[in-house]
Write a protein that binds this ligand. Structure first.
Ligand code: FAD
Length: 420
């Protein structure tokens, strides 16, 4: 006989673990089904690369406002702030913040201008909307370019979503204050997973759902039953239609799922046995470099001599690197870093390139919203018949972050507990 759980959660990433943790704390029985042989999803802390942990996926706590701070503080988890961003001016590294002192004003001005000109049209790209405001891609303020550096180009993005984001971010420290978790982001996952029943290697293939509850079938034919189901599967994975829903999901839910596009992201990570970045900067911006952004991830580890540097490429930069063989891409990144640092002969002791496009359970790093998809985040989060509940970063306004995933897990646990 199949045991019936109160709640099954699909996905042991940040969203799924937070949801399961809160539901278990409320005294309900909960099972987490995870396709991979590890927890974490798009958080993957690796310990065998360098004397310090490195992150192949989610790494930084963005902003002082991130929801994950409540977990960090409650468990006394150590963090350190990434120092300022440096940029080369003449032959000197200077602080990007000082170089862009009018930044906040520019972002606020843009929001004001948008309020006067009116919101973007439905289906309009951000690039087109900014052109209507008289701004070409050469004029974007850094706070806008940082969104492109983090995700995708504005000619792919839904303008309405981005204007909303600009309004939300105008009064935060987004893009300015980032923190590393000492020991890696997996430290947060390890707190949440304590005491949970997690079935690894459980690739969900079929979901039968209705007012009576849910039956979930995995690739190996095992069935699990529950009263409620929480899905944290990323929309880029659902888009493949590999999971059969019986009955099918409503059309509006599929439209929401299909409104997410894939941000191409590549990380190139080097370990050098000497310090390379200027000490006062945690990261550097090398516009025109491939990758254009580098940060140090060993600042809080005095025992680690040298530098562990993470190169970050998105959008066209990432696509260029992905199109090369891995060794050519690593060599390209090394040449670019040598040029940026004006150190022609540096040789790393370790090198690694990682992207998520070929991962069948992520299908890319994280999404952006395609034109016309302004409704998608709210629609994706909408429960169906008080039985199917939805979480995951893509159901949060901070849809490309760890804290967005965490907040969605917290939100969905409340929804289920209120309904159940
Ligand atoms: C390269 C990269 C860098 C990033 N950097 C940052 C950063 O610095 N700061 C930040 O805040 N965020 C960052 N992010 C984003 C952040 O990592 C994600 O938004 C967050 O981890 C998503 O969590 P989630 O639980 O919503 O989804 P996921 O972590 O993707 O979890 C979903 C889970 O569902 C599982 N699953 C999928 N299909 C099935 C199935 N059929 N059956 C069973 N299980 C299934 C997956 O294996 C996965 O474990 C980064 C992401 C990447 C990839």
């Amino acid at each position: 006989m199949v045991t019936k759980w109160d709640v099954i959660v699909i996905g042991a990433g940040m969203a799924g673990l937070k949801a399961a943790h809160d539901i278990q704390q409320a005294g309900k029985s909960v099972l987490v089904l995870e396709a991979k042989n590890r927890i974490g999803g798009r958080i993957h802390t690796v310990h065998d690369f360098a004397p310090v942990p490195i992150e192949l996926g989610g790494e930084l706590i963005h902003t002082e406002q991130a929801d994950t701070w409540e977990l960090v503080h409650a468990h006394n988890i150590a963090t350190y702030q990434q120092n300022e961003i440096g940029i080369m001016r003449g032959d000197k590294w200077v602080s990007l913040a000082q170089d862009n002192q009018d930044e906040d004003t520019v972002l606020h001005q843009l929001v004001n201008k948008a309020q006067k000109v009116g919101m973007p049209k439905a289906n309009e790209t951000m690039e087109n909307y900014l052109l209507r405001l008289g701004m070409t891609s050469h004029d974007y303020p850094f706070s806008f370019r940082i969104i492109e550096y983090d995700t995708e180009l504005f000619n792919r993005w839904d303008a309405q979503t981005l204007v909303q984001m600009a309004e939300d971010y105008a009064d935060t420290d987004y893009g300015k204050t980032d923190y590393h978790v000492i020991g890696g982001q997996e430290t947060l996952l390890n707190v949440l997973k304590t005491g949970l029943t997690i079935q690894l290697n459980a690739i969900v293939k079929q979901i039968n759902w209705g007012k009576h509850g849910v039956t979930v079938k995995t690739e190996s034919g095992i069935q699990y039953a529950s009263q409620h189901l929480i899905l944290t599967i990323p929309p880029l994975v659902l888009q493949k239609r590999d999971i059969q829903f019986v009955p099918d999901l409503p059309k509006r839910k599929w439209q929401a799922i299909d409104s997410f596009g894939r941000s191409d992201i590549v990380k190139v990570i080097f370990h050098f046995n000497k310090r390379l970045l200027p000490d006062s900067f945690g990261s550097i911006l090398d516009e025109g470099g491939l990758p254009p952004i580098w940060w140090r991830s060993n600042n809080a580890y005095p025992e680690c001599e040298g530098d562990v540097l993470v190169g970050w490429a998105s959008a066209d930069n990432a696509r260029q690197l992905i199109a090369m063989s891995e060794s050519d891409a690593i060599q390209t990144a090394l040449d670019s870093l040598r040029k940026a640092l004006r150190q022609d002969t540096i040789i790393p002791t370790q090198a690694r390139l990682h992207h998520w496009n070929d991962d069948p359970f992520a299908c890319g790093a994280y999404p952006y919203i395609k034109p016309g998809g302004g409704f998608a985040i709210v629609e994706l989060a909408e429960p169906l018949q008080k039985v199917l509940f939805w979480a995951g970063a893509a159901t949060s306004a901070d849809f490309s972050t760890v804290h967005g995933a965490y907040a969605s897990g917290k939100r969905v646990a409340q929804e289920v507990l209120q309904k159940g």
